[in-house]
Write a protein that binds this ligand. Sequence first.
Ligand SMILES: Nc1nc2c(c(=O)[nH]1)N=C([C@H](O)[C@@H](O)CO)CN2
Length: 155
Amino acid sequence: MTDPAASVYLYAILRAKTASGFKAFQNVIRCRLKALKMQQIFIEGLSVPTLIGVYDWERTQQTTLIMDLLINADLSEAMASDDVNHTIDYAAVAECVKEVGASSGFELLEALSKAIVDSLCARFPIQKLVLKIEKPGILPDAQKVGIQVTHEVSE
Ligand SMILES: Nc1nc2c(c(=O)[nH]1)N=C([C@H](O)[C@@H](O)CO)CN2
């Protein structure tokens, strides 16, 4: 148990005399531990130039995609140490995504998303990743089209 406050709650449970008191304290602990796991890093509106598209006219030059990333990770060590080496550096994440974009030439956003997810999860201690990829100005009656994928890393 990484949270020092959790031991306080545990002590409180041991002191709880009634069944309802015990349950209430159990719920406090559950909420507290859940909240501690809900640590996220995000990047919004990342421009990623890449060769992408099904049709010939899309493959004559790179398209700039816009990506949002939401990463669940354990940030508690960096919270305590204030050291960037103890967390997932979002600048490094952005660089990794741009590298995949620059070096790939997929037809589908789906295939590109898999390459990005694989690359990020291989390099960073990610628990869960939500990746949204937007392709602006493609359909005449839509501002943007795109996909969103969620990847959970099993323990
Ligand atoms: N689900 C998807 N549908 C489409 C994609 C895609 O990547 N995923 N791509 C295209 C074309 O490349 C589009 O950009 C131009 O029509 C079509 N549909």
